[in-house]
Design a protein around this ligand. Structure first.
Ligand code: ZN
Ligand code: ZN
Length: 143
């Protein structure tokens, strides 16, 4: 996961500190103001301000995907991958209903019952998901 450098973090008391200030109190733990991911403090090289790196082992990919510091390119790629899987799924007979589980982020077909969370209450119709989240300009194909 490519994450952008961030320069602000929450300390244990819930206060927002800059990476520069954080340099004054080493040994503390800081977390991302957006996703809550634990942060690694970097001193920065010559002429560069101190910055925080996401410690990506401390949270799941799903959490990082929601973070404002996620590299925008990663987001675009993920959207395209989902789109591709939908396009690939169009070969299936249209009579089979398609579902998208917003909880798990999984696509499936047939009975409204997500195999991952074993329920259908988080599932919405694939078509309405596409309408809401997938609208790439036609002249810009993925990839
Ligand atoms: Zn974050
Ligand atoms: Zn699910």
């Amino acid at each position: 996961m490519r994450m952008l450098k961030c320069y602000l973090g929450n300390n244990r008391d819930g206060h927002v500190v800059t990476a520069k200030d954080a340099m004054q109190s080493p040994g503390r733990i800081w977390t991302c103001t957006s996703c809550g991911c634990q942060l690694i403090l970097h001193a920065g090289s010559s002429g560069e301000a101190p910055w925080f790196e996401h410690d990506q082992r401390t949270v799941t990919t799903n959490v990082l995907m929601q973070c404002t510091h996620l590299d925008p390119e990663v987001k675009a790629e993920a959207r395209c991958q989902k789109l591709r899987s939908i396009i690939g799924g169009l070969d299936a007979p249209v009579t089979v209903p398609s579902w998208y589980c917003v909880w798990c982020g999984s696509h499936y077909q047939g009975r409204k019952h997500c195999g991952r969370c074993h329920s259908g209450i988080y599932s919405i119709e694939e078509t309405s998901w596409q309408r809401n989240y997938c609208c790439p300009p036609p002249d810009k194909p993925c990839g």
